[in-house]
Design a protein around this ligand. Structure first.
Ligand SMILES: Nc1nc2c(c(=O)[nH]1)N[C@H]1C(S)=C(S)[C@@H](COP(=O)(O)OP(=O)(O)OC[C@H]3O[C@@H](n4cnc5c(=O)[nH]c(N)nc54)[C@H](O)[C@@H]3O)O[C@H]1N2
Ligand SMILES: Nc1nc2c(c(=O)[nH]1)N[C@H]1C(S)=C(S)[C@@H](COP(=O)(O)OP(=O)(O)OC[C@H]3O[C@@H](n4cnc5c(=O)[nH]c(N)nc54)[C@H](O)[C@@H]3O)O[C@H]1N2
Ligand SMILES: [Mo]
Length: 593
């Protein structure tokens, strides 16, 4: 199989004949870019290694690169900066090569250019930025596309929401806006005020039915400004802000949060607040931003950060200052065209022209960066090499197989050869790249062997939504007198008691799958946020099994149903239970019915 490994939501999967896979998420079609890869594969390629513009063999270019890097390592490894981003999202192409620089103690960037701001802003609330999965998208009758022109930037996402009522929020009328039921136009960088206005209206109008922690602080924060102030700061009429709040309350839409927001003024704050709106209207994981952090891939392991993080982190916003300071003396770029795509990118050209830095580039194509480089190494495209690819939307890992003859030198081979020539030996580079991939994907529940044989496999450990305030993680344990449902003939039917940290009385436990009426008993040995029951006391006060609340989630090894640690909501039913006034002690034998 093949996965289009470029930086894009859809991560199109192709069969071995290079036709778009018919099954979800690719649905048998690809975009213009996906169709253009084969025709462009022969155009503008780096045909051979280059040193000072002259063709040399790859071995010679590697020796020259190694010599230049060795000299800098001896002087100050922090003077070497590696620049790489997402030209190809393969684990071997993008991530593994960073090990050379981790091993040398070189400077690195913070990889902040595209999506980092939002990952951090959402993660601060939810513990992870991972949101709804593609299969959940079609289930939504309504979708808010917040700075997310999906009709262009993510055609498969767009297809998956084709039947939904759409609201687009952008700073202009985009193609997506034109094809949405309603287009809201905000002033650039002012979405944070629109989000505050929506939250304010939801709270004011009693439409916030969901539970969000620290809601009082949130309320104080948004109430500090009048609706008029918020609406004029956002450049959106007050009635439109209120309309959007009611749309949220009534339609309970999925919110797609675009990366571009994170690259705007106040963008992190905007994303942070936008991500809370679905929770305020009672949706669990009712947003999507990027799911890459939920797949269980250990990107840090691939880059070798478990053995140190390099010497210094250069913020991607500050490349120009860094180059002008003279501290950086060698730049190694792969999988990125920083001369064009980095803010301050042209300062790389100036630094090369003025002899302040040496520039080494590894790219399949003669990019602006490759054209300016002192040393250029030819790279294979994703059509020409094996790799493992992933998407930040869907949850398939794909073993990428070449469909065209190999060209150039694969990235892991290049960095290991440079290390050998430069006399840098380090366990990070001794570990075989495929072995590193095998270790890095352990957390996904998918093995490399399985990937090789099946081509595309869904990750098995996508994170369950984390518990919210008012939710308990329910677990079960054995009872001394019973085996599961047996021995009720002798000891009677055990009461459905749920042991909690501090709740007594009759309560209702709920999940999205069902509810059960049970008796809560406070037990100081049960921590806050946790609840437990005997697995022989599953029949609730209405004679139904607690297992009506569970199911649908399986373990990665053998498919064992997840029964423990499932989040349940606990609601007092109003009636007081039998335990009132004389709380039962945990471990008390149950009473017969
Ligand atoms: N065809 C195609 N698809 C792509 C890419 C590509 O280059 N071509 N690039 C891929 C990559 S790298 C990424 S990161 C994603 C990005 O994909 P998206 O996050 O979906 O966004 P962009 O396509 O960058 O478009 C940004 C949108 O945000 C709007 N915008 C700008 N500032 C603001 C603001 O302050 N508030 C609001 N509300 N809107 C604002 C712009 O008008 C624009 O419509 O797309 C990926 N998909
Ligand atoms: N002003 C402004 N600047 C922006 C943005 C913006 O919206 N406005 N968007 C930003 C965003 S969202 C992003 S993600 C970045 C993207 O920045 P880049 O990652 O630099 O973007 P690409 O043009 O995709 O460049 C990737 C390079 O990788 C090369 N490449 C492709 N496949 C391979 C491979 O298999 N191996 C190797 N070694 N190289 C390969 C390509 O030939 C290309 O030269 O740009 C950012 N820059
Ligand atoms: Mo991006």
């Amino acid at each position: 199989m093949i996965i289009c490994t470029r930086d894009c939501y859809d991560g199109c999967i192709f069969d071995s004949g290079y036709s778009p896979a018919r099954s979800a998420p690719t649905l048998g079609f690809t975009c213009s870019r996906g169709r253009s890869d084969l025709p462009r594969n022969g155009v503008n390629r780096v045909e051979s290694a280059l040193v000072d513009g002259k063709e040399v063999d790859v071995a010679e270019a590697i020796r020259r690169a190694a010599r230049a890097m060795r000299a800098e390592v001896d002087r100050d490894p922090g003077g070497i900066l590696h620049l790489n981003y997402d030209g190809n999202q393969g684990l071997l192409t993008w991530y593994y090569p960073a090990r050379l620089f981790t091993a040398m103690g070189a400077s690195r960037t913070d990889y902040s250019i595209c999506s980092a701001e939002g990952h951090a802003a959402i993660g601060a609330h939810y513990g992870t930025s991972a949101g709804a999965l593609p299969e959940e998208f079609p289930g939504y009758g309504a979708v808010v596309l917040w700075a997310f022109p999906a009709s262009v930037s993510a055609p498969h996402i767009w297809r998956s929401i084709s039947r939904a009522e759409k609201v687009s929020i952008d700073v202009r009328i985009s193609d997506t806006s034109r094809r949405s039921r309603r287009a809201i136009v905000v002033r650039p960088g002012s979405d944070v005020f629109l989000a505050m206005g929506v939250i304010r209206a939801l709270l004011e109008e009693g439409l916030a039915t969901g539970e969000v922690s620290h809601v009082r602080e949130l309320e104080e924060f948004v109430m500090a400004h009048t609706m008029e102030e918020l609406s004029s700061a956002a450049g959106v009429r007050e009635d439109e802000v209120r309309w959007l709040a009611r749309f949220y309350a009534e339609e309970r839409p999925l919110t797609l949060i675009g990366f571009a927001l994170g690259r705007s003024p106040n963008g992190g704050d905007a994303i942070s607040l936008i991500s809370l709106i679905p929770a305020l209207v009672g949706l669990r994981r009712g947003f999507y931003y990027s799911n890459s952090m939920g797949l269980g891939i250990d990107f840090n392991y691939l880059r070798g950060y478990h053995m140190g993080g390099g010497s210094r982190v250069v913020g991607m916003a500050h490349l120009r200052e860094e180059l002008e300071s003279g501290r950086i003396r060698l730049v190694y770029a792969w999988n990125m065209n920083p001369v064009v795509t980095m803010p301050g990118g042209p300062s790389i050209l100036e630094a090369v022209e003025e002899g302040r830095i040496s520039l080494i580039a590894h790219d399949p194509f003669l990019s602006e960066t490759a054209r300016a480089a002192d040393i250029v190494l030819p790279a294979p495209t994703f059509l020409e090499k094996e790799d493992v690819g992933y998407s930040y939307w869907h949850d398939y890992l794909v073993f990428n197989e070449p469909v065209a003859p190999p060209r150039g030198v694969p990235e892991p081979d290049a960095v290991r050869a440079i290390a050998r020539e430069a006399g840098i030996s380090h366990p990070l580079l001794e570990e075989d790249p495929w072995r590193a991939v095998e270790v890095a994907i352990r957390g996904t529940g998918v093995t490399l062997d399985e990937l090789r044989s099946r081509g595309a496999v869904r990750v098995r450990n996508y994170p369950p939504p984390s518990p919210r305030d008012g939710e308990l993680l329910l677990v079960f344990t054995s009872h001394p007198l019973y085996t599961n449902t047996q021995f009720r003939e002798v000891h009677g039917r055990p009461e459905p008691i749920v042991h909690t940290h501090d709740v007594d009385g009759e309560v209702v436990l709920e999940t999205d799958l069902g509810s059960a009426r049970v008796i809560a008993v406070a037990d100081p040995g049960t921590p806050p946020g946790v609840a437990w029951m005997y697995k022989s006391a599953l029949v609730d006060l209405d004679g139904r099994s607690i297992n009506g609340l569970l199911g649908g989630v399986a373990g990665p090894y053998a498919g064992t149903p997840v029964l423990n640690g499932v989040a349940v909501r606990l609601r007092r039913s109003g009636r007081r239970g039998r335990g009132e006034g004389e709380p039962r002690r945990p471990g008390d034998p149950p009473e017969g019915s």
